[in-house]
Design a protein around this ligand. Structure first.
Ligand code: C2O
Ligand code: CU
Ligand code: CU
Length: 546
């Protein structure tokens, strides 16, 4: 064991109060917490459904010509309804896992990749050991057994690779898929279902002339986050959704590494949101456009019944001011959206030739630019008796007075310096828990993400989609530093802060305050930026719930 690990462990023991016996007998912190890898099913867990997920390196046809090498999750139901998994035919995405609230699920994850890897169930409230923390990564040929009960309410969740320092690359290669949870309460609402309930996974990719995925080639891309010039829907380029003249439920997931979307219908119709990360909100909210940051979900309700057959409708990403740059090496690029807020030209002027200029000029879809995301075509008549839902489901608001730190939010400061991305000035280290990262179990915490609101973040202000593992949270308020107000106004009408969230977009100059419960499970739970390049650059930490 290295001295560093010893030191970390000693520090941890000090803070977390792990017993001296554990220290003496266990080779690592993970094992000290009795959270070693899990390779066998436990006898006292009685699963309602059992599935096997296998990760493989394969080639699939995406374009005409050569097949594309991807990493894909394959699924098989071992016990329970065959509908527990459903495929998106021809997609590089893994199968959709369809769970019922209250179900006990066992998942055998087999890793047949030429690399170590682990899957995380994004948004699900599961025990620490079942959460896919990078410390549980398995190597080629190994199996990890997950066992958990589905505690979450109905909603759209997802799974993806969460492997130390290579999460971005592995998700980019294809290791991701949807999880759809249903429950009785939601079924009783009679929302559009079956083929009228459509998942839409939005991702951006780069392909070379041989149809192969191209990931990051330049250090600056790492700093900003990867941006591809090809929008993929459910793993397909040039996706068109054929619809009938009736209402639909569209479940949007932003599965991109770093791209943020500002989505609007091109015919000027408002966007009607019925759900977010943690399922339905209390009542539909209509807005001119909707923001969708990496890992966020939005469920839309849309009625095509008044549109003539043959009509085409496009959900477009429309311009916004993505970043603010000032001082230091970014000098001269500040102001109106250096990432190309206005038609992509913002980047071209002023940048250092070799660095930003070169990197950005290669991309025809700058962040904050304008481009088409999803095409819909009305193809068929239909008789629909779904009426517009006036109310959805009641949501019990978390109360500030129930938090144990009402006057003193636990604040997580977001910053970027040189080639690192930091949380409270720290970058990720496995098994490294500091005193302010220890949280008593079964408490409600008032928390805040501060992205240069109270203190300037130095040379670069970037949006960070911040995510917490474990139970979902409720947003209390957003505050914007006056220097960033005009940039913020370019996105603010599209934020949906109601309902349950697990990922929240924190814009430059912004502080977001929220209430987060830490119930039921002790152990390590991560918090991190879901710009996956930032995550891999270290913008990730663990909380220890004890
Ligand atoms: Cu979706 Cu820790 O991640
Ligand atoms: Cu997660
Ligand atoms: Cu970030």
């Amino acid at each position: 064991m290295t001295k560093e690990i010893n030191n970390q462990r000693r520090k941890f023991m000090q803070y977390a109060g792990v017993t001296a016996t554990a220290v003496a007998t266990c080779p690592s912190l993970a094992q000290a917490l009795n959270m070693g890898t899990s390779s066998r099913p436990s006898a006292n867990f009685h699963a309602d459904v059992e599935i096997e997920l296998t990760q493989e390196a394969v080639k699939i046809p995406i374009f005409k010509g050569p097949e594309t090498r991807i990493w894909k999750v394959f699924g098989k139901v071992l016990k329970g309804s065959p509908d527990t998994i459903s495929e998106i035919p021809g997609s590089y995405l893994g199968p959709t896992l369809n769970f019922q609230k209250g179900q006990k699920v066992r998942i055998y994850l087999k890793n047949n990749l030429p690399a170590h890897s682990i899957l995380h169930w994004h948004g699900l409230h599961v025990p620490s050991k079942m959460d896919g923390n990078p410390m549980y990564a398995i190597s080629h040929g190994e199996t990890f057994v997950y066992e958990f009960e589905v505690l979450n309410r109905a909603g759209t969740y997802w799974y993806h690779a969460h492997t130390h320092s290579v999460t971005a690359k592995q998700v980019y290669s294809g290791l991701a898929g949807l999880i759809i949870v249903s429950d009785e309460e939601e079924k009783a609402l009679g929302l559009p279902s079956g083929k009228y309930d459509v998942p839409i996974v939005i991702q951006d990719r780069n392909f070379d002339s041989r149809n192969q995925l191209v990931y990051i080639t330049h250090m600056m891309q790492r700093m900003m986050g990867f941006l591809g010039d090809q929008i993929m829907i459910n793993g397909k380029p040039d996706f068109v959704l054929p619809v009938e003249k009736r209402s639909y439920r569209l479940r949007l997931l932003n599965g991109s590494n770093s791209r943020i979307y500002k989505l609007a219908w091109d015919d000027g119709s408002p966007v009607t949101v019925i759900g977010t990360d943690g399922g339905l909100i209390e009542k539909p909210e209509s807005m001119p456009y909707v923001m969708l940051a990496p890992a966020e979900r939005r469920e839309l309700w849309i009625d095509f019944s008044d549109k003539p057959i043959g009509t085409e409708l496009t959900l477009r990403s429309i311009p916004f001011e993505a970043s603010s740059m000032h001082g230091g090496m970014m000098g001269g690029m500040g102001g109106g959206g250096m990432m190309g807020g206005r038609g992509g030209m913002g980047m071209m002027g002023g940048g250092r030739r070799g660095g930003m200029g070169k990197m950005m000029s290669g991309n025809s879809l700058p962040l904050g630019g304008e481009y088409s995301v999803l095409k819909v075509k009305i193809v068929k008549n239909a008789k629909s008796n779904d009426s517009f839902p006036k109310r959805l489901t009641p949501i019990t608001p978390l109360r500030l007075s129930d938090s144990i730190n009402a006057g003193k939010p636990r604040t997580i400061t977001l910053s970027m310096r040189r080639m690192s991305a930091l949380l409270n000035g720290r970058s990720y280290k496995m098994d490294d828990i500091r005193p302010d990262e220890v949280i008593p179990v079964n408490t409600l915490q008032l928390m805040a993400f501060d992205n240069g609101y109270s203190r300037s973040m130095g040379m670069m202000g970037m949006p960070h989609p911040m995510h917490l593992h474990g139970e979902q949270f409720q947003i209390i308020k957003r505050e914007v530093n006056s220097r960033h107000r005009s940039a913020h106004a370019s996105i603010s009408e599209g934020l949906v802060d109601s309902g349950w969230k697990d990922t929240v977009l924190v814009m430059p100059g912004e502080r977001v305050t929220f209430l987060k419960p830490f119930n039921d499970f002790k152990g390590m739970f991560m918090y991190h930026c879901h710009n996956l390049e930032h995550e891999d650059m270290g913008m990730m930490r663990d909380f220890l719930i004890k």
